[in-house]
Design a protein around this ligand. Structure first.
Ligand SMILES: Cc1ncc(C[n+]2csc(CCOP(=O)(O)OP(=O)(O)O)c2C)c(N)n1
Ligand SMILES: [Mg+2]
Length: 819
């Protein structure tokens, strides 16, 4: 399908000048009478209570960190505590107008935001709803502890619950909001709309955009705010997140009833410092952070600078911007001015700023100023505010006492492998939500009509090749798996570069453009970080998503999103969140050094990812089916060498009906008794060719096993084969050094040592750049390399004359040279 938007050369070449909107700077004018009418004294006082609660919480942590004690309680907190003392008004103002189903995401400095948003949600939820949440969350574990000391009504219980759940998490306790899997920088509590906080600077930005995308695509209520620091504006992924959030297509191409752009507000908590660098004046060039909005879209992201030392100014901005977002006119950028009195962290020596500067800000301390405001305008008496203060102090003391006690608040039992159990959710779900999937065509009228009419195998009944164009290919097998899930799961969406119209760079999605509306299949900006990061946010918000990075080499551009985000949030949530995210990547060839790497070992190394690499069309469909019904993050490797290949190994070919390959099970592609060859990915076919030669020339029978999975992986059939043959060679297209082939070799050695006649040999690609197409046979393992390696290292082949250098001595000199 071609584009719907025509590029008109006359218009494109028209002279003119760009006009930019003005950006309001601290434009809020306080009007106490209007504020009294709008909020009422009770709510104005509640704002004070919330700010004071955050202040006391952070002072308590500061005391534990610096003195090892808070009042009469001693405790040595080993973990970090990035405090936001001074920033309370910005947090409470941000949260005031938010509904419980509005989400916030944040950074390493988010205790204040967690409490502000939770207190705001508690105020808005009924007692019944609060009890339901507390009783069900983590099977009531935090509630049980809190009930042992909390007195008062349900709202009061919920406040203690929030303080305890957060503090116990910071202290790494089993009844913490994330069972201690997150700690201070990652604590969160989804039932109140407090979503993951991120210790990677700017890491929350694209995740939050993905969460907002989830809300739009699935027509869920609420907006999403990402609270990130001013220094995070220097992070590439933050820029990518803004690009992704500002795409024109939401308004030009998506169905109107979706409601426009994802409702995302980038709230930069501008405290004027990174750790020690000053974004304004030193490390960045924007002059004023809000200016950046001008570069993003014609509306300048509705950017404003807001006085974050006045909670009412922030609340006003959020209320106005919330409307903009609800109307689908986002994204929005706020430059919320604030300041932290405390250091970046407890280890901060304060060498980068003067005491005088800190004192200047203290003169405008928001808590003191706001207290004066309440008193001056007769919203409360000093005695009332003092009573609030003592109530907070008392609560904090009780909460802290419960949280520091190992008896009341034990840690998870690490001996019982509890953390291991959190790594994967291991569930199978046909759909992540109920409802009819939105499609444009009945399934039978899609490209399935063509693929279903093809030969399902590349071989006829006698094993002779059928005409290739008439056979179902690996790429088409992937298409059938995608199509199936799109028609089963209403939440499923897919995107990446050139996914629509083009059908993906390798045509896997050809035909899906006609079958699916824009919000279920769309082209993203060339923003690999945001492609992966938004998918993380989409998945952890409850939707199934397939993100695609054309070449696996481009994972380099999405390193944090894959290695730190996609892999970790299920476990850091202690099983509260799921990550039904499949990241498709392809291993290239013929395109040289930057488009041909097999990076399986890198992802297989990262805990929390499932890693699959089908080598046949049968597996392409059966393994993608498996990945797409699961609830875990999967990096799904494909091979460009195989996209156009039919099924030649699995008898009967690729079933038209739905099926799955069993998780983690390697496939024996050819039985044998003299030697075992284990392969990962497309190397399989060169191993089979080598096996053929072994048989024909040397009368040896090789058992060839296609690992298919890297993680999880059942070693049993591989070890059984190793025990049977006594000789094992592992081959893959990944550069040999540090490859997953070495992991296999090492484990096979340990598991079958007594049965082996020699060390397990590894054949990988050279530890070089991949050269140009014409030279690449010197880089990737060839059939001869496998035969020569066997001959040199495992089993001398009578009369064999090696044509390549594979002797063990090669390992020494190549490593000495680092190649
Ligand atoms: C990607 C990344 N780089 C560096 C760090 C180390 N680091 C932690 S906080 C911080 C400064 C962040 O400043 P800002 O975004 O303004 O947030 P603030 O600490 O001021 O709240 C740095 C450099 C990190 N955590 N992540
Ligand atoms: Mg900062």
């Amino acid at each position: 399908m071609t584009k719907q938007i025509t590029i008109d050369p006359v218009q494109a070449r028209q002279p003119g000048t760009l006009k930019a909107p003005e950006i309001p700077v601290n434009a809020y004018v306080s009007d106490p009478k209007a504020e009294a009418r709008k909020f009422g004294a009770e709510n104005l006082v509640r704002i004070y209570r919330d700010m004071a609660t955050i202040r006391e919480f952070e002072l308590m942590l500061d005391a534990f960190k610096k003195q090892g004690a808070y009042k009469d309680l001693s405790y040595n907190h080993a973990g970090p505590a990035h405090l936001s003392i001074g920033q309370e008004a910005a947090a409470v103002g941000m949260a005031y107008h938010l509904a419980p189903d509005d989400f916030i995401f944040g950074s390493h400095r988010s205790h204040g935001e967690i409490l502000a948003k939770s207190l705001s949600a508690i105020d808005k939820l009924s007692d019944d709803a609060l009890l339901r949440i507390m009783e069900s969350y983590l099977d009531g574990a935090p509630l049980k502890v809190v009930q042992s000391f909390s007195r008062g009504d349900v709202q009061s219980l919920a406040i203690d619950y929030t303080l305890y759940g957060t503090l116990a998490e910071i202290f790494g306790r089993a009844a913490g909001f994330n069972r201690g899997m997150g700690g201070s920088m990652h604590a969160f509590f989804p039932p109140f709309g407090v979503m993951p906080n991120n210790a990677i600077v700017g890491g929350a930005a694209d995740i939050a955009v993905g969460s907002a995308l989830f809300k739009r695509v699935n027509r869920r209520p609420g907006i999403v705010i990402v609270n990130i620091g001013d220094a995070s504006m220097g992070c590439g992924p933050v820029w990518e997140a803004m690009m992704f959030a500002a795409m024109d297509q939401y308004r030009t191409l998506w169905p109107e009833d979706i409601g426009g752009a994802p409702p995302i507000l980038f709230n930069f908590m501008n405290n004027f410092y990174g750790m020690g660098g000053q974004p304004q004046g030193e490390t960045m060039g924007f002059g004023m952070l809000a200016r950046v909005g001008l570069g993003v879209n014609p509306e300048a992201m509705h950017a404003e600078r807001v006085d974050g030392y006045n909670p009412l100014a922030v609340a006003d901005a959020i209320e106005r911007k919330r409307k903009v977002l609800a109307e689908g006119r986002g994204p929005v950028l706020l430059d919320t001015v604030t300041y932290r009195y405390t250091g970046h962290s407890p280890s901060d020596a304060g060498s980068y700023r003067t005491k005088e500067e800190v004192d200047l800000w203290r003169q405008f301390d928001s808590l003191a100023t706001y207290r004066d405001y309440l008193l001056t305008n007769d919203h409360a008496t000093a005695a009332q505010l003092d009573a609030i203060q003592s109530d907070i102090a008392e609560r904090m003391h009780q909460v802290a006492r419960a949280a520091v006690s190992l008896e009341t608040s034990p840690r998870v039992d690490t001996d019982a492998d509890v953390i291991g159990e959190f790594m994967f959710s291991n569930q199978m779900k046909d759909r992540m939500a109920e409802g009819a999937p939105e499609v444009l065509l009945p399934k039978e009228e899609t490209r399935l009509k063509q693929t279903a009419a093809k030969f399902r195998s590349g071989l006829d009944a006698d094993g002779a090749p059928l005409p290739k164009p008439k056979c179902l290919t690996y790429a088409e097998a992937l298409f059938e798996a995608m199509l199936h899930r799109f028609y089963e799961d209403p939440t499923m969406t897919a995107y990446g570069e050139e996914n629509r119209d083009w059908g993906g760079a390798f045509g896997v999605y050809r035909g899906l453009t006609e079958a699916l509306p824009y919000h279920r299949l769309f082209n993203s900006p060339i923003s690999e970080g945001a492609i992966a990061g938004t998918a993380v946010g989409y998945a952890l918000s409850g939707g199934r998503v397939v993100a695609e990075l054309m070449y696996c080499d481009f994972m380099g551009r999405a390193g944090d999103e894959i290695f730190n985000q996609m892999s970790k949030w299920q476990a850091m949530s202690a099983g509260v969140l799921q990550m039904p995210l499949v990241l498709r990547v392809s291993v290239g060839s013929k395109y040289g050094a930057q488009h041909s790497q097999d990076w399986t070992s890198i992802v297989a190394h990262i805990p929390g990812l499932k890693v699959m690499f089908p080598a046949t069309p049968y597996d392409a469909k059966g393994m993608l089916n498996l990945a797409l019904r699961g609830t875990d993050p999967v990096v799904f490797f494909e091979s460009q060498r195989l996209y156009n290949e039919p099924e030649t190994l699995v008898p009967g070919g690729v079933p038209l009906d739905y099926y799955e390959v069993p998780m983690g099970e390697p496939a024996v592609r050819k039985p044998g008794k003299d030697v075992t060859i284990v392969t990962i990915g497309a190397t399989l076919y060169r191993a089979l060719a080598a096996a053929k030669d072994l048989e024909a020339t040397y009368g040896l029978s090789a058992e060839v096993i296609d690992a298919r999975f890297l993680n999880p992986l059942n070693y049993d059939p591989i070890v059984a084969s190793a025990k049977k043959t006594g000789r094992v060679l592992v081959a893959s297209d990944a550069s040999e050094r540090g490859s997953f082939a070495h992991t296999l070799a090492s484990n096979i050695t340990q598991l079958a040592f007594d049965y082996l006649d020699g060390p397990v040999a590894v054949v990988g690609s050279r530890n070089w750049i991949t050269p140009a197409a014409e030279l690449e046979d010197a880089f990737f393992p060839q059939k001869e390399w496998i035969l020569d390696t066997l001959h040199e290292r495992l089993l001398p082949l009578p009369g064999h004359r090696p044509t390549t250098r594979q002797a063990a001595s090669e390992i020494i000199w190549r490593n000495r040279l680092g190649i």
